[in-house]
Design a protein around this ligand. Sequence first.
Ligand code: PMT
Length: 414
Amino acid sequence: MTVSILLDKRIVLGVTGSIACYKAVDLASKLTQAGALVDVVLTESAGRFVTPLSFRSVTGRPVHDDLWNLDDHVRHVRLGEAADLLVIAPATAQTLAKLAHGLADNLLAVTALAARCPLLVAPAMDGGMYEHPATQANVRLLRERGVLFAGPAEGRMASGLVGTGRMVEPAELLGHIRLALGRNGPLAGRRVVVTAGPTEEPVDPVRFLSNRSSGRQGLALAQAALDAGAQVTLVAGPIGEALPVGVEHVPVGTAVEMRDAVLAAVARADALLMAAAVADFRPAQVAQQKIKKTVAETDDLAITLARNPDILAEVKAQKEKSGRPLVTLGFAAETENALAYGRDKLERKGLNFIAVNDVSAADAGFAVETNRVILLSADGSRVEMPLQSKAAVAEQLVQHVADSLETLSSQQRN
Ligand code: PMT
């Protein structure tokens, strides 16, 4: 599936000699499937671990592995100048040293010198080599110069030793690449709070009341905001999905915990995107011990519920006092009269936008990969979005929020 932030982006992928080279093939494949144009530059020692054919097969593009190609003697300049991002993965201690000191004895090193785009490196080496003062000094120097780092991760290395030096996994590296490409997006410099997932309201030490939210729509919003360059705080109930690289994760359990975390986070935020499915009620009393089957004299057991705080209503009150967050977007999960109920929630909760989804549909709403929403705005406008991936829905919603923030900024300037 293509990913907007990667579509038609020119990525030069430098691969240097480490056993982690096999992960670079997977990375090149993932980037290509996401729509990027990947030009691989292999060092001589990388070519001993993997062949150019492996990369050519997954990228469909020529692989560069020879500095002295007489037919194309300025390849390093051409590759470096055209690139949106130079990624070196795996990056050995030797390559970090070359980059730090401007050595230019192979095609990758000269390409790195010629490139004017950001450089992201994913180190891979044995733990002792990474900890060595020489490597650490090179890492510091490169960071000071603005080079971006992904990892290294901790774990078992090829030597059998355990330590810090493993190349990060391709899926995580993809997240770092998205962050690097999105840095100057429409939400650069903005703080965005996203909520995702269900809340869990305890009944006793082993039971709780919850709902079917998987967190996917909220995670897609967080990823879309990151792609647009925002600093993202994700306040999430219990979800089993991987989190986007780069979010500040605030895990919560109950609606009350989510309320406290959201009110704290939005105090400095530009926007709040509230996709969480918050329980409206919680058990009024939480039993201290597991409730036994024999507790009730009949076959029925009644649990009294108490009303949970309405988080968006409290955000509205805070916004009226402090002005933050500047823009709020809520969701309305409806099974009937979706537009009327959505419009009512938009007004009652003082939102700028509400994304209404019909959660009775089998292909939209809770725990599926797709969604179909109607976006209602406080200015009375309405945008109908067809059935599409939650990622595509999220991108459009984030674009509306970014436009709204931009309009507010230009009103303040005039
Ligand atoms: O997580 P997924 O499986 O991907 O599913 C996505 C989703 C269906 C959960 C999502 O698209 C969605 O609709 N989220 C909102 C669910 C919901 O609680 O809707 P609501 O109509 O009950 O609430 C309206 C708004 O008020 C929501 O933004 C909700 O977060 C917020 N709310 C609700 C209750 C409460 N006590 N406080 C709130 O702030």
